[in-house]
Design a protein around this ligand. Structure first.
Ligand SMILES: Cc1cc2nc3c(=O)[nH]c(=O)nc-3n(C[C@H](O)[C@H](O)[C@H](O)COP(=O)(O)OP(=O)(O)OC[C@H]3O[C@@H](n4cnc5c(N)ncnc54)[C@H](O)[C@@H]3O)c2cc1C
Length: 437
């Protein structure tokens, strides 16, 4: 069941459902005049508002979100904060600068997040012991070889693992090969986003359920909301794929809808039947393969469905249908746990571009934007959000330089071609995936 907030629906499925109730910050009402506004309180917007607050300790930074905190992609991710990206396909020596640049951005974001989680003692199941990258089908096994070559060429610490070791650690014999990277953190995404929102600097004014419906140019920019109007000198858009609703990146960025399920908490006996690790995460080396986790609260969580669905969440009925796909992925990995029911299913919408680029920079006078991370935005969104605040303030740094180099987004055709092209793009990630899904 979903509660509609105009074009920005909330829904009750997701990681937030596993957390205690939270009282949202009140919606914005009335007329306001501020120097800085950040729109979007996901990972990017929270990082941006925090950085602006530090740069301008005597100014009020307005942070607006159309939904309640945790309802965007950031609160619905699978919770892998990566340090090292996997670039699909063969290792390309002439792409080494790009590989290094993206990994520097990831690492900067991970370092910032770690610091914020520690400083505010955010209880989000932060577990920094890296992840497994796994392969079961032939295509993913080939990809594992490419991945190893890349890790070796860039001298990134890693441990290749065979099927026996993977099984001994995770408790599934599905994977034939894999790699463990020690860098990267697992976390409860909704708990992280809530924790960041609850611990913002005192000069950030957060208002939830406050959709910006229009932006008018002028001396100060004028933002219109259902029951408020804001005049602001500068604006940071951290609205992910929904920047398109405000007229930005319309032909460059779309939303792809992902879905997954969690089991109930496993019993001691069920847990003992798994591998030696009590908390782990596995990313598939096939772009259409499953993301799987054993969470600190003893749930197995699996996300293996993605589709173009007009950039919106799945309805209850569709989510129930997608559970068949989640269930098949679960039972082939954990046949001994086939009796364990799913307790929740969730969907979320990630911002993707045709050429897998990210967006960073000035869109118009006094309007800056960061976002669109193609399914890898926890670390990167933190770095981009921080850097966009600094860039909009006229600063320079290596991080800003790294973000600015992002390639422009490739043109996406209008509807109805968009629907055909987008569903083709999303579907193509499942090409030749069988066991890995
Ligand atoms: C199911 C799923 C699994 C994922 N797993 C991972 C993972 O494991 N690791 C990883 O790194 N990444 C993952 N991602 C991607 C990651 O979640 C995103 O890249 C990242 O969270 C984007 O952060 P953001 O702050 O830019 O956007 P969002 O979190 O989407 O935040 C944007 C916010 O802007 C608000 N907004 C939009 N328009 C307006 C408006 N007009 N007015 C006011 N507010 C507005 C929205 O309500 C929203 O809260 C996953 C994504 C999904 C959907």
């Amino acid at each position: 069941m979903s509660r509609d907030n105009g074009k920005f629906p909330n829904d009750r499925h997701g990681w937030a459902e596993l957390l205690p109730q939270r009282r949202p910050q009140p919606a914005l009402t009335g007329a306001h005049r501020v120097p800085w506004t950040v729109v979007g309180a996901g990972i990017t917007g929270l990082a941006s508002a925090r950085r602006l607050a530090g740069l301008y300790p005597n100014e009020e930074i307005l942070l607006l979100d159309a939904r309640t905190v945790g309802q965007g992609a950031s609160g619905r991710s699978s919770g892998f904060a990566v340090a090292v990206s996997h670039f699909g396909g063969g290792f390309e020596a002439d792409q080494v600068d790009l590989y290094r640049r993206i990994n520097r951005i990831n690492q900067a974001g991970l370092d910032l997040l770690r610091g914020q989680v520690a400083e505010s003692a955010i209880d989000c199941q932060w577990h920094e012991d890296g992840f497994f990258h796994t392969a079961a089908d032939r295509m993913a096994i080939e990809e594992c070889e490419h991945f190893l070559r890349y890790l070796e060429a860039l001298e990134i610490a890693h441990t290749p693992l065979d099927a026996e070791v993977l099984n001994a650690r995770m408790g599934t014999s599905l994977y034939r090969t894999g790699v463990h990277l020690p860098m990267g953190a697992l976390l409860q995404p909704a708990a992280l986003v809530r924790g960041l929102a609850n611990n913002l600097p005192a000069n950030v004014m957060l208002h939830e359920q406050s959709p910006v419906l229009g932006i008018a140019n002028g001396g100060p920019l004028t933002l219109s909301l259902p029951n408020a109007e804001v005049q602001t000198d500068k604006l940071v858009l951290a609205t992910n794929y929904e920047a398109t609703k405000l007229g930005f990146l319309r032909r460059r960025l779309i939303g792809s809808t992902l879905s997954g399920s969690f089991t109930r908490a496993l019993s001691d006996e069920e847990l003992a039947g798994l591998g030696s690790l009590r908390e782990w995460g596995s990313l598939s080396l096939h772009g259409g393969g499953a993301t799987v986790r054993l969470t600190r609260d003893r749930r197995l969580c699996l996300r293996n469905a993605a589709e173009y669905h007009g950039g919106v969440l799945l309805s209850d009925a569709l989510l129930a249908r997608r559970q068949t796909i989640h269930r098949a992925g679960f039972e082939k990995r954990f046949p001994n746990l086939a009796h364990v029911p799913f307790e929740y299913a969730w969907s979320g919408v990630e911002g993707i571009s045709r050429n897998s680029t990210n967006f960073f920079g000035r869109q118009r006078d006094n309007i800056y934007l960061a976002g669109g991370y193609n399914g890898s935005g926890i670390s990167r969104g933190t770095a981009f959000g921080t850097a966009i605040a600094e860039y909009a303030s006229g600063n320079h740094s290596q991080l800003i330089g790294d973000c600015l180099v992002s390639a422009p987004g490739t043109w996406i055709p209008p509807r109805p071609f968009l629907d055909i092209a987008a569903s083709f793009t999303v579907r193509s990630r499942f090409r030749r995936v069988d066991l890995d899904r």
